[in-house]
Ligand binder design. Sequence first.
Ligand SMILES: C[S@@+](CC[C@H](N)C(=O)[O-])C[C@H]1O[C@@H](n2cnc3c(N)ncnc32)[C@H](O)[C@@H]1O
Length: 251
Amino acid sequence: METSEAQKCDVAPATATAYLDPNYWDKRFDHEEHYEWFKDYSHFRHLILEYIKPKSAVLEVGCGNSQLCEELYRDGITDLTCIDLSSVAVEKMKQRLSTKGYKEVKVLEADMLQLPFEDECFDVVIEKGTMDVLFVDSGDPWNPEPETVSRVMAMLEGIHRVLKPNGIFISITFGQPHFRRPFFSAPAFTWSTEWKTFGDGFHYFFYILKKGERSSDGTECIEKTDVPSLSLYHEELESEDYLFRTNLDEM
Ligand SMILES: C[S@@+](CC[C@H](N)C(=O)[O-])C[C@H]1O[C@@H](n2cnc3c(N)ncnc32)[C@H](O)[C@@H]1O
């Protein structure tokens, strides 16, 4: 992460629900140039490049001021569209990409709960830490509030709709499989679900949902990976933003 401790104190919200407020993000992005949620590209590049081809049309949802899209671009993936709800994030991202000469990348101000795209137009949709924002006021993570459920479902239904028939949704998150599975496996979706982990200390989750590949009996294909106990990683977690707390559960 490139944001210093002092800068991080300036941008941390008073309450976790601020993460649902576009004004919070606008103010934060006004004076924060780069912050990478859930590790930077170098940590999951080996995973992501398995699923994206150079010709893939890719949508990144909630790009913030992350460098993910530029890293993908440098790896030869140039058909990229980034959206964010924050107009400040969008303007700064446009400027940054233009300065670097990455002019083909499209950056739009848009709400991921109402994606402004036609059906079946992307090969890959990626979100990193963006769905987690929807869980900040979810209440009991085992039994989230109805408002949380409807927001998460609106996001997922939109992503499922804009994916091409064999498209792939990649979700990079702290959200553990037992909290994500009920959403990803909802009957509305035709995607299969598998997940991998990355990270040296705490393991981050890298979900891969392949549209049209759900088995006919509706069961999921879950790649089993040992998940380490959280108690081992307090030091690493303390250096992260406290949005994480809403996603954690002692296993
Ligand atoms: C936790 S940050 C993650 C940023 C970036 N993906 C990263 O990995 O560093 C969440 C981002 O989602 C954006 N966001 C929040 N709600 C959104 C919505 N409804 N539609 C689109 N973007 C949203 C915020 O403005 C912020 O940039």
